[in-house]
Design a protein around this ligand. Structure first.
Ligand code: MG
Length: 301
């Protein structure tokens, strides 16, 4: 347990979202770069990626961490669709893949306009079954997190795929490097992280907020919140419509108005997070070489 300096309380409302007597627990360590945490309530199971190791790990409360998938094609973001299926972004095969209940895998997206995707990074599935993902170039910049290659796409876009993977649309095309993404509780807003400052300090480290219409088209896209330490990567929305976002010094929590309420301070750079546990009130945090958890006074929507 790590108790010292766990919280930075910026607004008093933040006290309602945490248990100030709860510290971080380090669940697993010795990894290279952890990402893509996803919780499966039917199995009380957490999955997460270690991208440079090209593995997916599983973690359970009683069993600890072990290898779930040995050759994961440099998997990054994972999510659970409304039918409880795993959907994964792969840098290696530059694709988004759904694992069916029988274990077979269906490619949802691997090319756009006849050209290969860059390296799908993070993914979320809307309740209508549409699959939304970001496609920055991180997985093809070097051989660390995939296979080095020249981008074929003209930019790093955000895509929406139909549930069967037959139709793919570029829904946002003006990010430098889009990264994590999450819908508001009513799914009428989509938050997307801009992580382009990883390679260009001129790019603002912001979350942008888009309005989503009934046909799944986006509008708006104004800057919603700024990350004041490092850059935003993965993010999640809780049942109260607060936004929990990764940053260099921990997890930053914003209200739906965009106000920074407080931070959960983590001793390693945070890449992503998800809610889970038997009550839904455990926050799992993938942070560099480790995975942490902490009980919070909120939960996923
Ligand atoms: Mg990411």
């Amino acid at each position: 347990m790590i108790f010292s300096q766990t919280y930075d309380i910026i607004r008093p409302e933040f006290r309602d979202l945490i248990h100030s007597n709860m510290g971080l627990a380090r669940l697993s360590s010795g990894h290279r770069w952890t990402e893509g945490p996803v919780w499966f309530p039917a199995h009380n199971l957490l999955l997460f990626s270690d991208i440079p190791h090209a593995r997916i790990y599983q973690w359970t409360e009683g069993g600890g961490a072990s290898v779930y998938r040995q050759h994961s094609e440099y998997s990054n973001g994972n999510t659970r669709d409304p039918n409880g299926r795993l959907v994964t972004c792969h840098h290696g095969s530059r694709s988004v893949v759904r694992t069916e209940h029988d274990g077979t895998r269906q490619v949802i997206a691997e090319s756009y306009m006849g050209k290969r995707l860059n390296s799908p990074n993070d993914v979320v599935v809307r309740s209508d079954g549409s699959i939304w993902f970001t496609d920055p170039t991180y997985g093809i910049l070097s051989d660390l997190e995939g296979h080095q290659a020249t981008p074929e796409q003209e930019g790093s876009f955000v895509y929406r795929a139909s549930p069967d993977g037959q139709a793919l649309s570029a829904v946002v095309t003006d990010f430098v490097q889009p990264n994590g993404l999450a819908f508001s509780v009513d799914e009428n807003r989509l938050y997307i992280a801009e992580s382009g400052s990883s390679h260009d300090p001129e790019v603002p480290s912001v979350l942008r907020a888009f309005d989503v219409d009934t046909d799944g088209n986006l509008s708006g896209g104004q800057e919603f919140a700024t990350i004041d330490n490092g850059l935003p990567d993965g993010l999640r929305v809780d049942r109260h419509d607060n936004i929990w976002c990764s940053a260099a010094d921990g997890v930053h929590v914003f209200s739906k108005a965009g106000d920074l309420l407080g931070k959960i301070l983590v001793p390693e750079t945070v890449a992503n997070l998800t809610f889970g546990g038997t009550r839904g009130n455990m926050l799992f945090i993938t942070a560099s070489t480790s995975v942490y958890s902490i009980f919070v006074n909120s939960a996923a929507a």
